[in-house]
Design a protein around this ligand. Structure first.
Ligand code: M6R
Length: 342
C-alpha cells in the first residue's frame, strides 16, 4: 500500500497503469482472468468492485477463457493476476484478449516477468520473492490490490470523499487486524492437531468470503493432501450435505451483518448431521451456544479488509495440519511454483 494513496487520503494511486483516468472511467465492464489462488483473489476483487464501484465484473479461469471465445463488450478493460507472471494459461488468456484489441493490465509480483512485459500496464505486488509453492503472501497482497482497485474505480464514480477516506483508513488498519489474528497462532495450532486426522473437509462462506472458502480448501489440499472443497454456504444443501457425517468437518466463515443468520442456519444443518463445525467468526457474532466445536475469532473490520483478515486463520490452519502430518509444506508433491506448461 505504501506510496499508493492520494495526498488527500481519499483514493488509491497506481503509477504504472498506462491508461488515463478518463479512459479508465469510460470502461463499462472489467474482465479478470487468472489461475488457482490468483483467481480467488480476482473473485474477491469482483465482489468489491461491484459492491463499491457498481461496475459489472466477470472472472474466469484463464485456462477456460483462452479457448471459449467469449464475446466481450467493447468498453471492457481486461485484467490478469499472476504472482509469477509466467503461468502459461494466464499468459495465453492475456494474449487472446490483446489479439481481440483489448487493453490488458497485469497484477503481478515478479518485475520483468513475461506477463509484466507483455501487458499494457499494471500493478506490481512488490511483496518480495515467494519461495513456498503454496501462494500465501502473494494472495493477501492481491487482495489488498483488489481492494485498492475497487476504491480507485469507486472514487471515479459515486463514492464520496469521506467514504473514500474511511476506506483508506480501513486499509491502513489491515496490518493491525492481521497481527491480532497472528496472536492466535497457538490456538489455531491446537485445532490443527485435533483435525489433522480427517480425510475430508468442507469450507463454506458467503459473498466476499466465498472465495476465501475456495482458497482455504485449496491451501489445505495443496499442502496437507486432505481432500477439501469450498462452497458458498447455501449451496451445501444442493449436494455436498450428503458428505456430512462425523468424519467430515465443515469450516464456516461467519461475519456480522446481513448473512449472519443464514450462515448460522447452514451451521445448524451440519450439526444436525453430527458434523464437526469450525467457525472463523468476527468478534461481534453471537453464535448459539454449542454450535461451533471450534471458534477462531477475528476482528470486526471494513468489508474490503475482511477477506484478508479471514484468510490468515485458514493459511495457519493448513500450515499446522500439514506440519502435524509431516508433509513438506514448502514443496508439496506434484506441484510446481509456476505452471509454465499447459
Ligand atoms: O503465479 P500465478 O499466480 O499465476 O500462479 C497461479 C497458480 O498456479 C497458483 O496460485 C497456484 O494455485 C498455487 N499453487 C496456489 O497456492
Amino acid at each position: 500500500m505504501r506510496g499508493r494513496f492520494s495526498e488527500d487520503g481519499s483514493t488509491a494511486n497506481f503509477g504504472g497503469l498506462n491508461i488515463s483516468p478518463a479512459e479508465f472511467r469510460s470502461m463499462d465492464r472489467f474482465m479478470f482472468c487468472a489461475c488457482g489462488t490468483a483467481l480467488h483473489a480476482c473473485m474477491v476483487t469482483e465482489h468489491l468492485i461491484e459492491r463499491f464501484a457498481r461496475v459489472p465484473v466477470e472472472c474466469d479461469y484463464a485456462s477456460e477463457f483462452r479457448y471459449r471465445n467469449m464475446p466481450l463488450f467493447s468498453n471492457t478493460l481486461f485484467f490478469v493476476m499472476s504472482q509469477s507472471g509466467e503461468t502459461i494459461d494466464t499468459l495465453a488468456a492475456m494474449r487472446e484478449a490483446k489479439r481481440k484489441g483489448y487493453k490488458v493490465l497485469a497484477v503481478n509480483n515478479v518485475v520483468g516477468s513475461t506477463i509484466a512485459r507483455e501487458a499494457d500496464g499494471g500493478i506490481y505486488q512488490h511483496v518480495g520473492p515467494e519461495i513456498g509453492v503454496a501462494s500465501t503472501k502473494a494472495f493477501t497482497s492481491q487482495l489488498i490490490i483488489g481492494a485498492m482497485l475497487a476504491l480507485y474505480i469507486a472514487r471515479m464514480r459515486d463514492m464520496s470523499f469521506s467514504d473514500g477516506v474511511q476506506f483508506v483508513q480501513a486499509l491502513k488498519g489491515a496490518p493491525d487486524h492481521v497481527r491480532a489474528v497472528l496472536k492466535q497462532a497457538d490456538h489455531i495450532k491446537g485445532i490443527a492437531k485435533r483435525y489433522a486426522k480427517y480425510r475430508d473437509m468442507l469450507f463454506l462462506g458467503r459473498l466476499s468470503l466465498f472465495p476465501i472458502a475456495l482458497e482455504g480448501a485449496l491451501k489445505l489440499k495443496e499442502i496437507s493432501y486432505i481432500h477439501a472443497e469450498g462452497y458458498p454456504a447455501a449451496e451445501m444443501k444442493h449436494g455436498p450435505i450428503a458428505l456430512i457425517c462425523e468424519d467430515c468437518p465443515a469450516l464456516f466463515f461467519v461475519s456480522s451483518g446481513e448473512m449472519f443468520h443464514k450462515v448460522v442456519n447452514s451451521m445448524q444443518e451440519i450439526k444436525a448431521r453430527k458434523g464437526k463445525v469450525i467457525a472463523i467468526a468476527t468478534e461481534s457474532c453471537e453464535l448459539p451456544e454449542g454450535l461451533a466445536d471450534e471458534l477462531i475469532t477475528i476482528p470486526e473490520c471494513h468489508e474490503a479488509v475482511l477477506p484478508i483478515v479471514a484468510t490468515i486463520p485458514v493459511q495457519l490452519l493448513s500450515y499446522y495440519i500439514a506440519v502435524e502430518l509431516e508433509r513438506d509444506v514448502d514443496k508439496p508433491r506434484n506441484l510446481a511454483k509456476s505452471v509454465t506448461v499447459e
